[in-house]
Design a protein around this ligand. Structure first.
Ligand code: PHE
Length: 336
């Protein structure tokens, strides 16, 4: 029987050397290692050998089985690894799928263009928090407590003195607290107002604030700066006018209008047949603001302005519904 064991070992080795694909290896396993294979058959024969011979034969047979099993396992692993490296599970010669690149939101584009023009006139950019205190949004901006001027803006309150800012003007105060004059800064950002959502108004929109404070700044500087801006933004043939208005934080205050570029001032649905479009609020910074931030009110003067970004983008692109900006509809967004 020892001879038989040696013979099977030899036969197994030569079969293994020739088994170089998965099917041949499987055949090898069935022939030698399976329940009805030749090694199992030898174990069956072992039952009928004499008790004296049994231990030595049993040992040799066990060795054969271990040897065959591990040689088979190694060969199988090797075969799997080599097929991994030559046969990739995908076709590397196929052309790649195009990666779709996003575009900038029209509001972002409009803000970037406004900021670019003011940067060209020496302004820097600052930002501030959207969750504000009553002090920065109203108090420091010269809105007295319980003054009806607060009704101009419907406010989302978070707690008694904490709110979502209703304009970017609080950043004027924050910026002046941190910087001494000369100050020349634009402040883009989101603002919130508690209004019914419709085609014309929304609870969330954007503003770009401007602030210029130095010695000897006049209303002439305000007009010159804003006229230079509208000419760059809307083209040099645009007509404009300033009209007196009221803000608690500026005195005097003026709204700026430009001639309607849809109808050229004749009157159309865009300008509601007025021929003019209001594009921003502005004014000379009220001295109370300087007191609140510790500026010398005798030494410094300045102007501030604030414009609604959605309004400007709507007018520019002829968009008829402000809600489109927040609906994430790619058919709308891809047009810009
Ligand atoms: N904060 C004002 C608004 O929201 C705009 C403004 C800013 C007016 C700065 C004057 C000066 O309507």
């Amino acid at each position: 029987m020892l001879e038989k064991i040696a013979h099977i070992k030899q036969e197994f080795s030569s079969d293994l050397a020739q088994a170089n694909d998965a099917q041949a290896l499987e055949n090898l396993r069935i022939k030698y290692l399976a329940r009805k294979g030749s090694i199992a058959a030898l174990f069956y024969e072992l039952k009928s050998v004499s008790p004296e011979e049994k231990p030595a034969l049993g040992k040799a047979l066990n060795e054969l089985r271990t040897f065959a099993q591990s040689a088979y396992d190694d060969a199988k692993l090797k075969l799997e690894q080599s097929s991994d490296s030559t046969e990739l599970p995908f076709d590397v010669t196929l052309p790649g799928r195009p990666v779709s690149v996003g575009t900038k939101h029209p509001i972002t584009q409009t803000i970037e263009e406004i900021v670019r023009i003011f940067k060209g006139m020496g302004f820097t950019v600052a930002t501030g928090p959207e969750v504000e205190t009553d002090y920065y949004n109203f108090g420091a901006l010269n809105f007295p407590p319980d003054h009806p001027a607060r009704d101009m803006q419907d406010t989302f309150f978070i707690a008694k003195d904490i709110l979502l800012r209703t304009h970017t003007s609080p950043v004027q105060i924050r910026y002046m607290e941190q910087h001494k004059p000369p100050v020349r800064v634009v402040i883009p950002g989101r603002v919130y107002r508690n209004e019914a959502v419709s085609a014309r108004s929304h609870v969330l929109f954007h503003q770009v604030e401007g602030l210029y404070v130095d010695e000897g700044v006049t209303m002439g500087d305000l007009k010159g700066t804003l006229v230079a801006f509208v000419k760059q933004f809307y083209g040099s043939s645009v007509k404009y006018k300033f009209r007196p208005t009221f803000f608690p934080f500026t005195e005097p205050s003026a709204d700026m209008y430009i001639s309607c570029f849809i109808c050229n001032g004749k009157g159309c649905s865009m300008c509601k047949y007025a021929g003019w479009l209001e594009i921003l609020g502005s004014g000379m910074v009220h001295p109370h603001l300087y007191e609140n931030v510790g500026y010398d009110t005798e030494k410094y003067t300045g102007f501030a302005f604030g414009m609604g970004v959605e309004r400007i983008a709507i007018l520019r692109h002829g968009i008829d519904d402000i809600r489109l900006f927040t609906e994430n509809d790619l058919r709308f967004l891809k047009q810009f």
